[in-house]
Design a protein around this ligand. Structure first.
Ligand code: CA2
Length: 149
């Protein structure tokens, strides 16, 4: 049976493709979800693709992932830089975690340079646009296969 990967998206990412295309590109979150489902299926993975503007909802999904996910790919958006609560919930997840940022956060304002999530992530994608999600899935497939050897 194919392994399930949670792809979690934080606040305001529902606006993707609708505002600030110079930073985040013109693809909508629905486009990103469609691409992820296609790439995951080629890799023999299944995805549950979710977005919320609420910190508690993201935490509840991370807890849910403890029961049934082989990995988490997360773009915590602004919570990246603020949320010890999301870090704590990810610390309770035993399988691989990959952090994704569409923009290159290191080229932006200093407050975006620190991530609470990076300390628990196997890897971090930043600045690859929405393609970063597909690249993260490719890496996740390798990590999941290695964990099952
Ligand atoms: O580059 C990323 O993926 C970010 O996680 C995006 C967050 C930002 O706070 C992080 O520093 C970097 C912002 C997500 C908001 O997304 C929007 C998309 C289109 C229009 C407005 C907001």
């Amino acid at each position: 049976m194919s392994k399930l990967i949670y792809i979690l998206n934080g606040p305001n990412l529902n606006l993707l493709g609708k505002r600030q295309p110079e930073i985040y590109g013109s693809e909508t979150l629905a486009d990103v979800e469609r691409d992820c489902i296609r790439v995951a299926s080629d890799l023999g993975l299944q995805v549950r693709f979710l977005q919320s503007n609420a910190e508690h909802q993201l935490i509840d999904w991370i807890h849910e992932a403890r029961e049934d996910a082989a990995g988490i790919i997360i773009n915590p958006a602004a919570y990246t830089h603020t949320s010890v609560a999301i870090l704590d919930s990810l610390n309770a997840f035993d399988n691989p975690i990959i952090e994704v940022h569409i923009s290159n956060v290191h080229k932006r304002e200093p407050f975006r340079h620190h991530s609470y999530v990076s300390s628990v992530a196997s890897g971090v994608m930043a600045g690859f646009g929405t393609q970063g999600y597909q690249l993260a899935l490719q890496r996740m497939a390798v990590l999941v296969a290695a964990a099952n050897k």
